[in-house]
Design a binder for this molecule. Sequence first.
Ligand SMILES: Cc1cc2nc3c(=O)[nH]c(=O)nc-3n(C[C@H](O)[C@H](O)[C@H](O)COP(=O)(O)O)c2cc1C
Length: 139
Amino acid sequence: MTSHEAAQATRISEALILEVEAADLLVIGTPMNNFTVPSVLKAWIDQILRMGRTMGVTPTGDKVGLLRDKPVYVGVASGGVFTGDRARQPDFPTPYLKAAFACVGLTSLHFLPLQATAFLQLEQLNENLHGLIAATPWP
Ligand SMILES: Cc1cc2nc3c(=O)[nH]c(=O)nc-3n(C[C@H](O)[C@H](O)[C@H](O)COP(=O)(O)O)c2cc1C
């Protein structure tokens, strides 16, 4: 990578971080792809988690978030079930997203998992979605 390309990459990261800083809250809608978040969401997160800008590190190696905390609402659509007693696959999205956002100081996460989209009828999914929205604390 040339120094020009490196500077350009940092500019993109900076623009995305400024968007996050300006927001009162974040709303993320994502599918579950192959047990975790899709690569495009991972790529966005990789631009937001920048050492020395959105996170620092203590002498003992702990990360310190540098962003002001704000609500983060995460809707996860999945073909199967990944939370609760009926889960048939591991839940990687939830702990990953919690850890990733926590290290920049965003700890007020609210998950709305809309599960079993491959099995349920649209009416049932709509009902489940309304249940998730009703159970979520909004500002
Ligand atoms: C490439 C790919 C990988 C997927 N991996 C999973 C998975 O690991 N677990 C799961 O429950 N559903 C998986 N699905 C199903 C999607 O999560 C499901 O279709 C979801 O409703 C996608 O959201 P959307 O309909 O808004 O695109 C996958 C779908 C695709 C296309």
